[in-house]
Ligand binder design. Structure first.
Ligand SMILES: C[S@@+](CC[C@H](N)C(=O)[O-])C[C@H]1O[C@@H](n2cnc3c(N)ncnc32)[C@H](O)[C@@H]1O
Length: 185
């Protein structure tokens, strides 16, 4: 990895799980000030609001929770309990200090997910299905920890919707997922 300061451009260039761990280990402490505040990053709030508006309830798994911005937004909307899952211990360390999560799991969502037998009535994700290594096969891993009738609110980078096969993936899940819709954030 280059020794440039972590930023969105480097995050978009991530190709492997190890690259991801290294970048977010270096970024965790400054992510919210450098990136979220400077960019006026509203995605976590939008995802949380959409989840609430769909009728979503807890328990919720916040996927690629990072420093906890989406979990915070959900908690402000009165949704509990919330668990966090992320590849990066460093990002989860920051999230844990917010005291909004019931459990924090360090786990790779491109592999079968270990959430200590917890299952979820809701699954949200903000900013994780983007450039990089998290492709549509991770959706199957999320479904494996969701209860029947669970609500999902996932942000997916619009450039990757067709290119990385997300559109095809959701098409193939017709009959498993009901009432799927897309909206721009
Ligand atoms: C751009 S950050 C978004 C964090 C937070 N959701 C937000 O909106 O601020 C992407 C997060 O996804 C996590 N991530 C990337 N690949 C992952 C994977 N394979 N499994 C779990 N988490 C992953 C990263 O560690 C990082 O914390």
């Amino acid at each position: 990895m280059s020794d440039k300061r972590p930023n969105l451009e480097l995050a978009y260039a991530l190709l492997t799980v190890q690259d991801n761990r290294e970048l977010y280990a270096a970024w965790a402490k400054t992510y919210e000030n450098d990136f979220a505040s400077e960019m006026d990053y509203i995605l976590p709030n939008r995802v949380a609001q959409i989840f609430l508006d769909m009728g979503g309830t807890g328990p919720v798994l916040d996927v690629g929770a990072g420093t906890g911005l989406a979990g915070q937004a959900l908690a402000r909307l009165g949704i509990h309990p919330i668990d966090a899952i992320d590849l990066s211990d460093a990002m989860l360390d920051v999230a844990s200090k917010k005291k909004i999560y019931r459990n924090l799991f360090t786990s790779d969502i491109t592999q079968p997910i270990a959430t200590s037998n917890y299952s979820y009535q809701g699954v949200i994700s903000s900013g994780t299905f983007t450039h990089g290594h998290v492709g549509p096969s991770a959706i199957d891993n999320l479904l494996s920890v969701a209860r029947g009738g669970a609500f999902f609110a996932l942000s997916i980078n619009k450039n990757h919707w067709f290119e990385r096969g997300f559109a095809k993936k959701f098409e193939s899940l017709k009959g498993v997922i009901e009432n799927a819709f897309t909206t721009r954030c």
